[in-house]
Structure formats: C-alpha cells, structure tokens
Design a protein around this ligand. Structure first.
Ligand code: AMP
Length: 220
C-alpha cells in the first residue's frame, strides 16, 4: 500500500500534482475538498452547513471530515494505495489520521510539502478555473496551464467555473488558517521522517519531477 500526501497552502498546485501522480501510478485521488464540494450540492442540513463553511473559507467540523475520510479509505480501490489531498490540515487531524490508518491497517507513506511564495499564490487564486464535468484544473494567468478557449475545457469541452472560495478575501482567510493550523503538522511529519520539501515555484513538470523522483526512489 503506497500512501501519498500533500501539504500545501491554497492554490499551490497540489490538485494538479495529485492528478499527475494518480495517472502515473493508477491509484485513486482522495480529496476532502472534492468530497465536501459534492456534499455542498446536496439538499440537506449537512449540505447547507458544508456550503456555508466552504464559502467562508473556514474548516468543516472534524467529526464530519473524519467519518467521510474513513468511509472513503475503506473502499477496495484504496487497498493498492491512494493520494490523500487536503487532509490532514491540522495537528489534531494528523493525529486522528494516524489512528484511522492504523484501524485500516495502512501505513503512512510519503508526505510532500509544496513550498511556494504567497504573492505567486494570490495570482494563481484569481486565475484558477475548473472543469465542471471532468474536474481538470486550468489557470488563465499562467502560460503553461491556461485553456485554449477561455471558459471551455481542452479535454472534454465542459464548462469551466471559478470556485466561490477563489477570491482574494477567502484566499487570505484560508492562507491565515493554513499558517496557523497546518504548519505544526509539518514538524510532526518531519519528526516521523516521512516529509519531503518540494519547490513549488517551478513549472508543473519540474515540480512533478521532484515528486516522482522521490516516489520512484530516485530522489530518496
Ligand atoms: P480544498 O479543495 O482542499 O482547498 O478545500 C476546500 C474547502 O473544503 C476548504 O477551504 C475547507 O472549507 C474544506 N476542507 C477541505 N479539506 C478539509 C479538512 N481536512 N478539514 C476541514 N475542512 C476541509
């Protein structure tokens, strides 16, 4: 079982890198953000709560997130490994994640920390567009990832949308939360000897190469 985790500030490109890893290694991509965005569309009390929390840039309650993650990781497709993305985001979540892995008899694999400058991120946030059909990610502010036709997915022709938390105000909120709550988990995984620093200021391909070299054992 090969577990791969990304820790990165909002819009650092972890979704893009996760996609490249799952494609190459043929493992599922477990993104708490995607799971929660799907739930936010549901017409239920939980759906409204999640929608409201996502729009404000805050974190969804731990008990809800833990249950969603454990249920997802139990599925057969995760037995050969998975990329976990967006979770854990806090030290409490990291500790609980350890317990979830233990219950499922999985071990912690590699943890990639994408280091990137804040001003680069702000520019990316305002330019990020996602395909509502196949979830491909583009950036209209970046030469190497903008779509050929604005508002249309290159892959499937689906409509591109902007996440409602991809505005400067929500970004600042999320960045502040990241600094405050996520940085302690960096130390936690560093001490476990499973954390790898990745330079996220480079191109998509160069960032992927750094990650892939470690997964395949070349860069270890
Ligand atoms: P992401 O797509 O990872 O940027 O997540 C989008 C939003 O989903 C976040 O701003 C949070 O509101 C929520 N979310 C995602 N992952 C978690 C998590 N591990 N714990 C709590 N809330 C989360």
């Amino acid at each position: 079982m090969k577990s791969i985790m990304f820790i990165a500030p909002p819009a650092a490109g972890k979704g893009t890198q996760a996609d490249l890893v799952i494609e190459k290694y043929n493992i599922p991509h477990i993104s708490t953000g995607d799971i929660l965005r799907d739930i936010s569309k549901e017409d239920s009390e939980l759906g409204s709560y999640v929608l409201e929390t996502l729009s404000s840039g805050g974190l969804v309650k731990d008990e809800i997130t833990y249950q969603l993650i454990e249920n997802r990781l139990k599925k057969d497709d995760c037995k050969k490994g998975f990329v976990i993305d967006g979770f854990p985001r806090t030290l409490d979540q990291a500790i609980e994640y350890g317990k979830i892995l233990e219950r499922l008899n999985y071990s912690i694999g590699e943890v990639f920390l994408i280091d990137i400058d804040k001003d680069v991120l702000e520019k990316r946030v305002t330019g990020r567009r996602i395909c509502e059909n196949c979830k491909a990610i583009y950036n209209i502010n970046s030469e190497d990832s903008k779509p050929q036709i604005e508002s249309t997915c290159d892959e499937c022709g689906g409509r591109l949308y902007q996440r409602n938390d991809d505005n400067v105000e929500a970004f600042n909120n999320r960045y502040e939360l990241y600094e405050k709550k996520t940085e302690p988990i960096i130390k936690y995984y560093e001490e476990k000897g499973v954390l790898y620093h990745i330079d996220g200021n480079k191109s998509i391909d160069e960032v992927f190469k750094q990650i892939d070299d470690i997964i395949s054992g070349v860069g270890k």
